[in-house]
Design a protein around this ligand. Sequence first.
Ligand code: SF4
Length: 327
Amino acid sequence: MAKQRVLSGIQPSGRLHIGNLVGALQNWVKLQDKYECFYFVADWHALTSQYSDTSQIRESVKDVLINILAAGIDPAKSTVFLQSHVPEHAELHLLLSMITPLGWLERVPTYKEKQLEIKDKDLGTYGFLGYPVLQSADILMYKANYVPVGIDQMPHLEITREICRRFNSLYGDVFPEPEGLLTEFPKVVGLDGRKMSKSYDNCIYLSDSPEEVEQKIKTMTTDPQRVKRTDRGNPEKSPVFQLHKIFSTKDEQQEAARGCETASIGCLDCKKILIKNVFKLLHPIWDKREILLDNPKRIDEIIQEGHAKAIKVASYTMVEVRKAVNL
Ligand code: SF4
């Protein structure tokens, strides 16, 4: 029996960090054994908010591709491609935009939230409003059965399901309704205790060197109560401990918590345990990154192979779509 399909994308809007690794890429790696996976770099999506300065996009695309592969995505199992290499996405986006009521787009929570949050960019554009339509085109193009989502991304998938139903009811059953593969992603805090995000400049990047990672963790914010080595602390108030919860063993977490509460461990020793564990996570990725960086031809080949597979499916879907719409 043919495997069911999964589709997921990642925006090239800067370097990837360990939050992206545990929040998306590690899950992608798991899914590729069970499903037929299509993973793409969503460069058009990046333009919806970064249209005024595109100078970094190519570099980001390269970084994302290298990290996807270094994280363990196997091109023999999964199709890896670049969204803008498959122009069929734009055609389907256009056709879906004809049938999508404005009200559906305006009530997507992230539409208003992002406009309020991102002050330095004008997001009052047609492209930004239409982001969920482009995302629907990406998903429906491959007739994906499942889309991995966190709980906060459910409204985006819901609008895709609504657009899918509307298309099928107007033109006939072309698309299966995609379902969410609800995944609980750990919330990764940044070096300053806020959510890890490029815009806060508080990230540990996959492309950081071991020295940079060590330095970043050594200078991380701790519980402000622990001014002196003898001050007792509360690990729950320390971003370092939040990362221990994701990257350290249960025993190490207990050791850090007890040591913090009783002042029997210094912050530097506590951080050294975290550094060791983040190194353990990143070392295989650093090794693979080096191999890939030394062999750019191999990356081009992988993208060409992925492109050939993606365009085959997309062309087939668009023949069906044009026929259904009477074009
Ligand atoms: S001992 Fe560890 S958990 Fe406690 S404040 Fe220092 S770094 Fe944070």
